[in-house]
Design a protein. Sequence first.
Length: 118
Amino acid sequence: VQLVESGGGLVQTGGSLRLSCAASGLTLYDYAIGWFRQAPGKEHELVATITRDDSTNYADSAKGRFTISRDNAKNTLYLHMNSLKPEDTAVYYCMAGVIAGLTVYEYWGQGTQVTVSS
């Protein structure tokens, strides 16, 4: 199983980025999936999730600016980020998880750095 993020980079305040998370070895549609981020010195923050029926949820910090989506044909998860702020600077991770019986399976990507300059 592999999740590979891409699309991070350096962007100015107000700019946009699209993060991608390409999955192999599992089918994203079968999992609970989402994007997390971790800024230096801070804990992981859940940014956005998307369910099988394309229902989405966002952290308050992401509402109105970020959009999570999934391309089932490409088995890829996306995070479109607009109106970026310096406080969005973090390493962004995609995660796929499922509970089977009493076992929780979680798969994480390696992360992609997003840096927003002021």
